[in-house]
Structure formats: structure tokens, C-alpha cells
Design a protein around this ligand. Structure first.
Ligand code: PEP
Ligand code: MG
Length: 867
């Protein structure tokens, strides 16, 4: 099969075969944009290489043909002494892996052609600058010589000559650098730099294929769940030179701001520079807006190109460009990495500009990433009390506080010990990826908005500040200083990725609010979704939070959680410890008074939104004292003797509390507890009724197993409601439904539906019972099941579609056979999980209910599932 494609033969559809970079170079070529000529060696060739560890004869032959035709279109010849063709060799996997793979520029130069190039161009400085770059890149990437060895020579010469920048290097300096670079080769056991251009090229291709398996690439793939099997393509392209002089340069431009999403060209460039100079942070680049003044024609062209490319791809793009002697070329475009904040703004703006439909806009934002936008921001009051230590560029928004570490390894080690870490460095390289993952925030003293640190921080939605120039990092002593002020390893620092400010110490943070574009996008999602999104809330405070995040109402109030507060716990204990109905009366009355107040508050907050209240579902032992000290205290509080108390605790003890005296079993044994709770709900409803506010109570029964059981409990509840309604001459609608939490309930759901007004799946218990995995004990074995690939995901977090999911499907089908319009929710943990929500859409779930912070994620996921 064909293993090499000319840029003119490919398209953006072919990224699996040509890699992202190759496919987009082909696409831009097809669009007629100024792309230097070149070709791509396919990912299939990479597969073959991985198997045989060398380049096949067929590939070598195709490569010769491709080089020949490149010579024809460029009018230069690879390996020729006269007018030599120089090329770049760059990797490009199907999914972009920034900074993870390697690039070599200026391949084809050697001791002879460098002087020819100098003569032909009349630019000796440029020729030797190109050659020293080749020597360094090739040495590092192909021969594995340390990058620092090359950097050191550059630094030494600049220091000796008192130069500020690489640009001050003279022709003689560059010649000197070239000969010292060659000495590094000579001193290594790899041997001399290969003078044969073909040998250089083949070694470079091999190196790119090998780099697929280097450590940092593997870490990146693991972190981002990229398959090992994909492989990388190799792009070979005629060089254009940004290092030709003052009329040349190279840069990176995003079609919109990748940090905020703001419209307009955003990026950086360097005059008289090549390749990695901009991202490597060697010189501080200029913002592209400066081009508007210095090279207005080129700026206009870049702007025009950005518009064209963005409209073509209908997505924010990250482009790489080079200017050679006043002419612009494009070297790459790809979908730009962006913060969740930027993703949302770009989606909404593009929909409003007509570039995307609302549905496309919803699909363009990863549901899970919304959670990251709800991270806290610094409390403005507390912030005022802190002085800015230093400022840098706001590379990735967020507010993070942590302890300072200066190396990736130290950061990782500290984080493994549970320490909140801020990684502080002069700059970062791909080797630092593990430390960056482990950190709350990344701070660098050098680099721009497109530096490695900035790109990676945005990609991980981690807080980032880069280019904080006042910060001087000293790795040897593990300290940093700002104008004489010292920062040591372990010191607390606070990082504001939205303003770029750094502060010493810890600053309080507060919850983010939903506004602007996010609010707009969630509105569209609400209009688009079929399923409703409710919240699990036990207190008015939780509920308020969920309402702020757009919840449709409450899908689950766990009333037992209302009893954990101290005064209530006492009454609850008195209730449980009571041995007969008479003794239960007083604690029940006290609890009634407290609960009706809670329900009143919640109904009032709901302001007409639906609220589902679940009656008590406590494993009773959770409420009892556990040790002698607690027993003594409770004995005092309740007036029960210690002996009696111990005996009572003993009699309530269960070997298997999760399968014991809980759920509606409690109603069967102690009906007065459920009656009290219904009374509390009715009292709250009556109080609101008196104020002119009508409520429709939805009462939910936990853990039912059969029609007989649900029927019995339902009668208990309904009798209490009806009795109260008659007594107060109140007419009102209400529903009494059940949770579906046991496999048996799923199978007999048609019968249960006869006595149930709605269902809500308690997937926590259902998963526990279906898999026989104790929900409180999974931590001891779950990690192994995940690591060994026996389970694809934790079934308590992402629904087990094949097992639990099928039980749900049976219950839905059977339930709706009895009542076609049966309302069916999901209120276990998976109700807030995007992948699970996609499945719930398919099996006809009516709504999900999840914790307040998951509400916006669930809303996006519900909309995406329905599109
Ligand atoms: C469930 O079991 O999924 C549920 C929502 O109830 P709880 O977690 O309170 O048992
Ligand atoms: Mg449950």
C-alpha cells in the first residue's frame, strides 16, 4: 500500500492515516493557502516500523520518488551541492500531542552546502545560524545528546561577549558555535554529525517513529486516554526561513483567545527566528498585534487567513506561520487547545456569528469540562488584604493555593503525600508533565501565552501564570526570590490565573457564579434536552446552590441527613433507643417541629419548582454511639443507664446493615416515624397554603421490593395525607412514588407501578446489590479491577450499562406497561455523570438528579445526548 502522500493528495478527513498535522497541511494546500511543498509518511508506515524496527525497502523507494517530485516543484535538489533543498522533518499523530514529539529543521545542510547556501543567498549569518540549529536539534533528537550541552555553549559565548540575545551573535560567533557543536558529537560515542543529507533524513524519520514510544509521550497518552496503537505520521516539507533577517520571522496565532475565548487574532511572533524559538521561550516574543504596526500588509493577510481557516473548520484554530523575506507561509493549523471558559465563550460567539448551529455549539463543549469552570475564585475581600507578590501573564484561569515546589519530581512526591502543590519554574519542558498534573497551579518566570507551560495548563484546565519576570528561580537552593523577598520550598502561595497575580500565603476562595456565555449555553442546553435535571439536596443551602446552577427542582432529599445535626441527633437517638410507642412520642414530636421547618424553607425556596422528599432510609446503627465515651455522653443526655444503652445497642447491631433494618422496612416496624415525616410535610404545606402558596408534595419511599410492600407503605402515607386534608379542608394534588433500588424491584416493576405514581432509580444501591459490591468497601478492590481492565469504569460513578443498565431497562419497560406516562428518574451518583446520562437518554429516563455542582454538567450532557 501507498505509504507516502503528497500534501496535494490528502485532506483533513485523513487524519488517522496522515496524522493531524499532515491532514491539515493537505487541507490548507487544497484551500490554496501558502503552504510550503511537502509530503507525509503515513501512520501505517509507523505501525510497520514498530514491528520491524527499520524502514522497509518499499518505503525507501517511495521516499526517493517523493523527494524527486519535491525537487521538481521546488526547483532545488535534495543533497545537491548546487542550490540544495533543505527540509524539515516533523512528527504528527492523529490526535495532537503538543510538545510531546520532535521536530528537526534545516535537514540537508552540511559543511559544504552551508557555504553554498551562504553564497547563493548572500546571507552568511543566516546560513550558519541554520546550520547550528540543525546540529543542535539533530544531536538532541536523533543522537540523544543533551540539549543543555548545546545551550551551554550558546550561553557561554553570549556571556563572554556580553550579548543580550541570540540576535547579537555575529557570523564568526556562529561559525565558532558550529565547530564547538561538532565537538560535542566528536566527544560522544555516537560519532560525527552525518554529512550525507540522505543519511540525516533517514535518521530523522527513524527518530520520529522512535519518539512515539518515549516516556513523556507515553505519559501524555495515558493522561489523555490516547490509544498506544495510533502511531505517528512524519511530515517532510521544504524549509522556509524565519531566520533570514529583519524581514523574516516566525509565530503562532490563535484565531481567538485560548484563555478567555475573546474574538480576534491572538498570538506571538519573533523577528529573525526559527521554529521552536517562540514556544521555547528563548526570547520574549511580541504579541501579533505589534505586526499590525511593523508589517501591516502581512498582518492583514494573517487576519484574512485566520478568518478563512476558522470559517472552513468552523472551530478556533491554532496556526503556525513563518515569514521569509516579507512573504508569509503557513506551517500548521489545528483545533486550538482552550480553557473550558474559552470553549464556552467561543461556542456561544460562533453560534451568534452564524458559524455554528446551537446544537453544534452545545456539542463543541465537553460536558465534563463545565465542572472545571465552577472552580472557586478568590474571595474579593480576602484578596484585598494580600499584596501582589509578582505578576505574569494570565495563562490559564482559576484560583489556586498551594505549597511551592521547584521540580516536577518534588511536586509529584509532595502531591502523592496529599500536599497541595504549586509548581514554580523558570520555564517548563515536556519532561515536567507529571509534576504539572500533580499541581494545583503552574507558575513560570519566563515564556509567553503560547509557551509549553501555558498550553499544557490550559489543556488540563489547571491554573497557570507564566512569564512572571520578577520571579527568579534558583533550582540549586530550591528557592525563588522577588526583588529580594525569598520563597522557599513548602511556602504557601496563591495563584490567580485570571489576573496573572501571585500572592504569598493562603487566600480564601468562594464559589464561581454562572453568568454570561455559560448561562446562555446552559439555557440553550435546557431548551434542547429532553431529560430534566434535578438536584439531590438535603439543606436549603445545597438547594440554593443547585438553583443558582439551574436545577429544575429537587429529585431527592435524604431526610435522614437532616438528623445529623446535634440537637436532632439527640432526639433521633432517643427515638431509636425507645422501646415502645409511648417512649417514641416525645422525640417524635420534637423531630416533627424541626423537620417541618426544614420542609417549609425548602418549599419556599423552590418557588413552584418540584421537590421530591424521600422518607427516612437510615441504617440505624449510623445514629448510635460507637465507643464508651459516646455511650457515657448519650446515657447522660437520654437518662438511660449505661447498661441499658449497651444492651439496646447490642440488640440493634446488624452483621449487614446495608441489607438490614433500613429503608421502608423501618416503616413496617415503626409506622409512627413515617407518619411523623408525612405530618411534617403536610404542616409545611399548610403553612404555605395559608400564605397563598400551593405546593404539590412528591413523597418517595426507599428500597421497596414488591407491590405488597409498597402498597402497605403507600396506604400509611396516603391515610396521613388524606386525614390531614380532610381536617384542614384542603384540596391538593400529591404523588407517592418509590425508589427502584433492588434487582427484584426491577423485575416486578409492572406490579409495583400499580401502587406507585413515579419511579426513581437509586443506582447506588442497585449497583451494590446487582454486583454484590458493598458501596462502602469497594475502595479495597476497585482500583485493581480498573487497573487490570476487568471493569471499564467504576460502576458507582459510570453506570454499568450491560448489567445494572439492563435491569433499569427492564424496570422502565415493565413500569410503563402499567403506566405509559410513568415519570422515571435517576438519583444515584451516576445521575451526574455525562457518559451515564447518554445511556439514560436511550432507555427513556425522564430526569436525572445529582449533586448541586454536577447540575450544569448533567444539563450539558442531557442536551448532547438528545442531539
Ligand atoms: C441510591 O441508592 O442510589 C440512592 C440515591 O439512595 P442512597 O444513596 O441514599 O442510598
Ligand atoms: Mg439508596
Amino acid at each position: 500500500t501507498k505509504q507516502i502522500y503528497n500534501f496535494s493528495e490528502g485532506s483533513s478527513q485523513m487524519s488517522n492515516l496522515l496524522g493531524g498535522k499532515g491532514a491539515n497541511l493537505a487541507e490548507m494546500t487544497r484551500m490554496g493557502l501558502p503552504v510550503p511543498h511537502g509530503f507525509t509518511i503515513t501512520t501505517e508506515a509507523c505501525h510497520e516500523y514498530q514491528l520491524r524496527h527499520n524502514l522497509s525497502a518499499e518505503l525507501l523507494q517511495e521516499l526517493d520518488q517523493a523527494l524527486d517530485s519535491l525537487s521538481t516543484v521546488t526547483g532545488k535538489k535534495f543533497g545537491a551541492a548546487k542550490d540544495p533543498l533543505l527540509v524539515s522533518v516533523r512528527s504528527g499523530a492523529a490526535i495532537s500531542m503538543p510538545g510531546m514529539m520532535d521536530t528537526i529543521l534545516n535537514i540537508g545542510l552540511n559543511d559544504e552546502s552551508v557555504s553554498i547556501l551562504a553564497r547563493l543567498t548572500g546571507n552568511e549569518r543566516f546560513a550558519y545560524d541554520s546550520y547550528r540549529r540543525l546540529l543542535a536539534m539533530f544531536g538532541n533528537v536523533v543522537f540523544g545528546l543533551p540539549e543543555t550541552a548545546f545551550d551551554q555553549i550558546l550561553t557561554d559565548i553570549k556571556k563572554a561577549k556580553n550579548y543580550d540575545s541570540d540576535l547579537d551573535l555575529t557570523i564568526d560567533d556562529l561559525k565558532e558555535i558550529v565547530s564547538r557543536f561538532k565537538e560535542i558529537y566528536a566527544d560522544s560515542d555516537q560519532g560525527e554529525f552525518p554529512q550525507d543529507p540522505k543519511e540525516q533524513l533517514l535518521a530523522a524519520v527513524n527518530a520520529v517513529f522512535d519518539s512515539w514510544n518515549n516516556h513523556r509521550a507515553q505519559i501524555y497518552r495515558q493522561e489523555n486516554h490516547i490509544s498506544e496503537a495510533l502511531g505517528t505520521a512524519v511530515n517532510i516539507q521544504e524549509m522556509v526561513f524565519g531566520n533570514f533577517g529583519q524581514d523574516s520571522g516566525t509565530g503562532v496565532a490563535f484565531t481567538r483567545n485560548p484563555s478567555t475565548g475573546e474574538a480576534g487574532l491572538f498570538g506571538e511572533y519573533l523577528i529573525n527566528a526559527q521554529g521552536e524559538d517562540v514556544v521555547a521561550g528563548i526570547r520574549t516574543p511580541q504579541p501579533v498585534s505589534v505586526l499590525q504596526v511593523s508589517m501591516p500588509v502581512l498582518y492583514a493577510q494573517l487576519l484574512d487567513t485566520a478568518k478563512k481557516i476558522e470559517a472552513h473548520y468552523r472551530d478556533m484554530q491554532d496556526m503556525e506561520f513563518t515569514i521569509e523575506q516579507g512573504k508569509m507561509y503557513l506551517l500548521q493549523t489545528r483545533s486550538g487547545k482552550r480553557t473550558p471558559t474559552a470553549a464556552v465563550r467561543i461556542a456561544v460567539d460562533m453560534a451568534q456569528e452564524g458559524l455554528l448551529t446551537k446544537e453544534d455549539a452545545i456539542l463543541s463543549v465537553e460536558a465534563e469540562s463545565i465542572a472545571k469552570m465552577l472552580h472557586p475564585e478568590f474571595d474579593p475581600e480576602d484578596l484585598k488584604k494580600h499584596q501582589v507578590l509578582a505578576s505574569g501573564l494570565p495563562a490559564s484561569p482559576g484560583a489556586a493555593t498551594g505549597q511551592v515546589y521547584f521540580t516536577s519530581a518534588d511536586a509529584k512526591k509532595a502531591s502523592d503525600q496529599g500536599i497541595k502543590v504549586v509548581l514554580v519554574r523558570s520555564d517548563t519542558s515536556p519532561e515536567d508533565i507529571e509534576g504539572m498534573i500533580a499541581s494545583q497551579a503552574i507558575v513560570t518566570s519566563r515564556g509567553g501565552m503560547t509557551s509549553h507551560a501555558a498550553v499544557v495548563a490550559r489543556g488540563m484546565a489547571s491554573t497557570g501564570v507564566v512569564g512572571a519576570h520578577d520571579l527568579e528561580v534558583d533550582y540549586d537552593s530550591k528557592t525563588a526570590s522577588v526583588k529580594g523577598q525569598m520563597i522557599h520550598e513548602g511556602d504557601w502561595i496563591s495563584v490567580d490565573g485570571s489576573s496573572g497575580n501571585l500572592y504569598l500565603g493562603q487566600i480564601k476562595s468562594r464559589d464561581a457564579v454562572i453568568r454570561g456565555e455559560l448561562s446562555q449555553l446552559l439555557d440553550w442546553a435546557k431548551q434542547t434536552a429532553r431529560m430534566g435535571v434535578y438536584t439531590n439536596a438535603d439543606t436549603p443551602k445545597d438547594f440554593q446552590k443547585a438553583l443558582d446552577f439551574g436545577a429544575d427542582g429537587i429529585g431527592l432529599t435524604r431526610t435522614e441527613h437532616m438528623f445529623f445535626k446535634s440537637e436532632r441527633l439527640l432526639q433521633m437517638r432517643r427515638l431509636i433507643l425507645a422501646e415502645n410507642k409511648i417512649d417514641r412520642q416525645d422525640p417524635l414530636l420534637k423531630l416533627l417541629a424541626m423537620q417541618q421547618g426544614d420542609f417549609y424553607e425548602i418549599y419556599r425556596l423552590a418557588a413552584g419548582k418540584e421537590v421530591t422528599i424521600r422518607l427516612l432510609d437510615p441504617p440505624l446503627h449510623e445514629f448510635l454511639p460507637h465507643d464508651e465515651k459516646e455511650i457515657a455522653a448519650v446515657s447522660q443526655q437520654t437518662g438511660l443507664s449505661v447498661e441499658k444503652l449497651r444492651a439496646r445497642i447490642e440488640s440493634l447491631k446488624e452483621s449487614n446493615p446495608m441489607l438490614g433494618h433500613r429503608g421502608d422496612r423501618l416503616a413496617v416496624t415503626f409506622p409512627d416515624i413515617y407518619e411523623m415525616q408525612v405530618q411534617a410535610i403536610m404542616n409545611a404545606v399548610l403553612r404555605l397554603h395559608d400564605q397563598g402558596i400551593e405546593v404539590t408534595p412528591h413523597i418517595m419511599i426507599p428500597l421497596t421490593n414488591s407491590k405488597a410492600e409498597m402498597g402497605w407503605v403507600r396506604r400509611l402515607v396516603v391515610n396521613k395525607i388524606e386525614e390531614t386534608m380532610v381536617k384542614h379542608k384542603l384540596s391538593m394534588a400529591y404523588t407517592v412514588g418509590t425508589m427502584i433500588e433492588t434487582p427484584r424491584a426491577c423485575v416486578v416493576a409492572d406490579e409495583i407501578a400499580e401502587v406507585s405514581d413515579f419511579f426513581s432509580f437509586g443506582t447506588n444501591d442497585l449497583t451494590q446489590l446487582a454486583l454484590a459490591f458493598s458501596r462502602d468497601d469497594v475502595a479495597s478492590f476497585m482500583p485493581d479491577y480498573l487497573k487490570k481492565g476487568i471493569l471499564p469504569a467504576d460502576p458507582f460513578q459510570t453506570v454499568d450499562t450491560q448489567g445494572v443498565g439492563q435491569l433499569m431497562k427492564i424496570a422502565i419497560d415493565k413500569g410503563r406497561r402499567t403506566k405509559p406516562n410513568l415519570d422515571i428518574g435517576v438519583c444515584g451518583e451516576v445521575g451526574g455523570d455525562a457518559a451515564s446520562i447518554d445511556f439514560f437518554e436511550k432507555i427513556g429516563v425522564s430526569y436525572v438528579s445529582c449533586s448541586p455542582y454536577r447540575v450544569p454538567v448533567a444539563r450539558m450532557a442531557a442536551a448532547q445526548a438528545h442531539i
